[in-house]
Design a protein around this ligand. Structure first.
Ligand code: AMP
Ligand code: MG
Length: 328
């Protein structure tokens, strides 16, 4: 059985096709980007509407199948930007009704965890999920997906993107900051903010913007930004590993593409006899339809014909999801 998964929580519209063994037959991603500002919800949604048809055709062609071969449709029900989520939900529900295919709405954050488990040897990991909008440390523990730490304000990717834009590096900022950071090893002290198990980036952003305005070098600031925020994220991740008694750390989300984050995560894990996992393919780290399709397969018992219970849930938290698995 093939599942077609639709992703549209924020900047990316994506459609993936995955079979029941977890083989990814297609994963087409269409990101909405802008040089001038952040995501304007209405504009991102327009982008998704404009590209939904071509994305579907490309995904089916890449998989070498027709919509009649698809036995299940899944989509990101939340969390995300309402306008954007609606486009994915409309796409999925329309296809389901038109072709008489069962449909299931799934949680975007859990999809990042489950695609990592599928594609790496991690079996019961703590996930450090670091993307544009989201920053969470998640694990399946005592019968539920639980959040052990998260950002209290902006996502780490958003922090990198806003700072990159401030210093004229353009968008997306993460990869450009990574490049600049390689040119320096001069650490400038920045606010290191952990409250309990949560992190906060808002004050750090103001502080580093001021330092840049005062004339400190962009290379030094990019280097220091990475060292500071990655250390914060890994401190919380390490505490989650210790608390849960787990020995696998999985990285997910677009910021997990960062080599320095991967290296620091590896060093932390080695230090405590744990293993670090990160999928090789950047297309499964960023927002994508294949991970939604795979979670659809795992949640297929919940799929129904018709569109009852398929409304979007923009504020759906990871720990509100009723899990479909008993153990890891
Ligand atoms: P996502 O929201 O998961 O699709 O990921 C997008 C985010 O990942 C954006 O904020 C990017 O700036 C960030 N990103 C992508 N590549 C890198 C990288 N190499 N280093 C840091 N951040 C990155
Ligand atoms: Mg994401």
């Amino acid at each position: 059985m093939l599942c077609l998964g639709v992703e549209s929580t924020a900047h990316t519209f994506g459609i993936g096709v995955v079979d029941e063994t977890g083989k990814i037959l297609a994963n087409v991603i269409k990101p909405y980007t802008t040089d001038t500002g952040g995501i304007i919800p209405g504009k991102a949604a327009d982008h998704h509407v404009e590209l939904c048809d071509v994305t579907l055709r490309e995904a089916l062609a890449e998989a070498g199948v027709s919509i009649r071969d698809v036995g299940l449709i899944s989509f990101s029900r939340g969390p995300g930007i309402g306008n954007c989520l609606k486009v994915g939900a409309f796409t999925a529900r329309s296809l389901a009704l038109r072709h008489g295919i069962p449909v299931v709405g799934v949680n975007h954050c859990i999809a990042h965890l489950e695609i990592g488990r599928l594609l790496t040897d991690a079996s019961d990991p703590v996930l450090l999920y670091v993307s544009g909008a989201n920053t969470q440390v998640i694990s399946f523990e005592s019968g539920r997906y639980r959040i052990f730490g998260e950002t209290l304000d902006i996502g780490v990717g958003n922090l990198l993107d806003v700072f990159a834009r401030h210093v004229g590096l353009g968008f997306p900022g993460g990869p450009r900051i990574e490049e600049m950071a390689r040119k320096s090893s001069n650490y400038v002290e920045l606010p290191y903010v952990i409250k309990g198990m949560d992190v906060s980036f808002g004050g750090l952003l103001t502080n580093i913007q001021r330092k840049h305005n005062a004339g400190l070098s962009t290379e030094d600031l990019c280097f220091s930004l990475q060292e500071t925020v990655f250390a914060m994220l890994l401190e919380v991740s390490e505490r989650a590993l210790a608390h849960c008694g787990k020995d696998e750390l999985l990285l997910g989300g677009g910021v997990a593409c960062n080599r320095r984050l991967q290296e620091m995560a590896r060093v932390m894990c080695e230090g405590r006899g744990a293993k670090m996992f990160v999928p090789d393919d950047r297309k499964v780290l960023v927002d994508n339809g294949a991970m939604i399709a795979w979670l659809g397969i795992l949640e297929k018992a919940r799929a129904k014909l018709g569109v009852a219970d398929t409304g979007i849930l923009p504020y759906w938290r990871t720990d509100q999801v009723e899990p479909n698995r008993n153990s890891s």
